[in-house]
Design a protein around this ligand. Structure first.
Ligand code: G4P
Length: 528
């Protein structure tokens, strides 16, 4: 088998989806710990702290208790290469999360055993369902009193519409937590406070009749377990790989992330059964990971990841072929060839220059304003990947500058930050206003904070009479010119130089559309 195929088959690229506070950060930390990517528990928090030191705008994230950036973490485990794509948790940043979910092959859903299926999880699962993304489930915080496991599985099945196949089963909960039983391995893993960090650390019994088990967990717990197992073997679904890969069934694990309990069982199962890189649709054909020519798409752009370097990075998911340093790629939207010598990889938190990368991997391309979200890169074929959502702004504000001498810096900041896709930046044809559009109101705070921190610009945002934006296109140059003249008052140019109609009201938009039948109005910027 070729190196390209071997490397492809060992990739596992996924994201964790959860409601804030369910334990995503804690679980990430433990997964990295097992992957050897970090030396001791607590390092993700340490990593968070280190990032605060270099990037002050993260303080905003801390103040609000939300995570506004996503990153990519790669680590080896049991002969596989795991790529974990982090997703921001707060509802306001959902566009970013949606796009991250287009770049994974599977997802891991974390549920708090006391809270069950929460609102963010429902939304994220809807997105996963659009693409039949296979989901694994981790029911967390077993060390606390929660709802009964059967009730939790029922809720996942009825609210999320996916069949549950429990792979582990809790023995007690909260103070009575004794361990978990692995249904496929027929093993009891005993819960011991402050242990469970490695397999050697854990006490494992083979089968329910194993000598010593009854002493270890107590007669009552053992009897309860036997009864529950009979019940679930009748009532729940057995694990079925095909159904899992089709997104119809979710393997369920129980545990406690903060205690590192049940996490390794999850990870072992994950690397064995989670799907390897899958095929992806383009406008013209499906592209298979086994194809030898490189293809990939950009699902995320981030400005000023490291303020010391003032860089902007475009995150590209590789879909086929092999990336090697120095190769030439075709950016299909612009039809330009670019040489990529210094793409970044994301081994845990360290950014390194990568020599080669394979399907499932994410590489970071340095962006100088020429790369947009949704862009496809290939070795020459003119294809474009589909399904990378682009969100229409729903809220608009005018930027107000405190120091007029900072105009240049303000424009640059607004333009660069809008490349990330969470905000859009518009310059009206007939005024000197700078207008920002966003999907969520929190974005204006984030931009104001980052303008100050990263660009040294003190700006605020005030209401402006715009309710919606439409990108306008017309194949007839003369008609477009006419339209432009007639509607100049409401037209603006976006950060990429495209013409946009900023409507003061829905009625106005409707009338304008009726009066200009030759002009196409689209709610999002077209990439292809
Ligand atoms: P998130 O990224 O999904 O938002 O959740 P995060 O991991 O930050 O966890 C949210 C809180 O839940 C944290 O407590 C974390 O310690 C706690 N937690 C995570 N896993 C478990 C678990 O298995 N059992 C229990 N009892 N708690 C768990 P915090 O008080 O917000 O933060 P911290 O001060 O403990 O770090």
């Amino acid at each position: 088998m070729s190196i390209h195929l071997q490397e492809t088959q060992r990739r596992r690229t996924f994201a964790i989806v959860s409601h804030p506070d369910a334990g995503k950060t804690t679980l990430t930390e433990k997964l990295l710990l097992f992957g050897g990517a970090i030396q001791m528990a607590g390092s993700v928090k340490g990593r968070k702290a280190a990032r605060h030191a270099t990037s002050d705008w993260m303080a905003l994230e801390k103040e609000r208790g939300i995570s506004v950036t996503s990153s990519v973490m790669q680590f080896p485990y049991e002969g596989k290469i795991v790529n974990l794509l982090d997703t921001p948790g707060h509802a306001d940043f959902s566009e970013d999360t949606y796009r991250v979910l287009t770049a994974v092959d599977s997802a891991l859903m974390v549920i708090d055993c006391a809270k069950g299926v929460e609102e963010r999880t429902i939304k994220l699962m809807e997105v996963c369902r659009l693409r039949d993304t296979p989901i694994m489930t981790f029911i967390n915080k077993l060390d606390r009193e929660g709802r009964s496991p059967i009730e939790l599985l029922d809720e996942v099945e009825s609210v999320l519409g996916v069949a549950c196949a429990p792979l582990t089963w809790p023995i007690g909960m909260g103070k009575r937590l004794k361990g978990v039983y692995h249904l496929l391995l027929d093993e009891v893993h005993v819960f011991e406070q402050g242990k469970n960090f490695t397999r050697q650390d854990s006490t494992i019994f083979k089968g329910l009749n194993a000598p010593g088990l009854e002493q270890a967990i107590g007669t009552e717990a053992l009897n309860e377990l036997s009864e529950e197992l009979e019940l679930i073997q009748g009532a729940s679904h057995p694990f079925d790989l095909e159904q899992y890969h089709a997104g119809k069934l979710t393997p369920v694990f129980f545990g406690s992330a903060v205690n590192n309990f049940g996490v390794q069982l999850l990870l072992d199962f994950f690397v064995e059964h989670a799907p390897e890189p899958r095929s992806r649709a383009t406008l013209s054909r499906e592209i298979k990971p086994a194809e030898e020519k490189l293809t990939g798409f950009v699902f995320k752009i981030q400005a000023n990841m490291d303020p010391a370097h003032r860089d902007r990075v475009a995150f590209m998911r590789i879909c086929s072929g092999t990336y090697t340093a120095g190769m030439k790629m075709l950016q299909t939207r612009t039809n330009k060839e670019v040489r990529i010598a210094n793409a970044l990889t994301f081994m845990a938190s360290d950014r390194e220059i990568v020599e080669s990368a394979y399907p499932g991997d994410v590489i970071g391309l340095h962006n100088h304003g020429t790369i947009s979200i949704g862009d496809t890169f290939t070795e020459g074929e003119a294809v474009s990947f589909t399904g990378i959502p682009n969100f229409a702004p729903e809220l608009f504000r005018r930027a107000r500058l405190r120091d007029p001498l900072k105009m240049k810096a303000l424009q640059k900041g607004l333009a660069q930050l809008s490349e990330e896709g969470a905000t859009q930046f518009f310059r009206p044809l007939m005024s000197n206003d700078l207008i920002l559009g966003a999907v969520g109101v929190l974005q204006f705070d984030v931009v104001a904070y980052r303008l100050k921190d990263e660009y040294g610009v003190d700006a605020s945002f005030e209401p402006v009479g715009v309710v919606t934006a439409r990108w306008v296109h017309c194949d007839d140059a003369k008609k477009l010119e006419e339209f432009r003249e007639k509607n100049a008052m409401n037209l603006a140019i976006d950060a990429a130089g495209e013409l946009v109609y900023l409507a003061p009201s829905r009625v106005n938009l409707q009338l304008t559309q009726e009066r200009s039948p030759a002009v196409r109005f689209s709610a999002t910027r077209e990439h292809a």
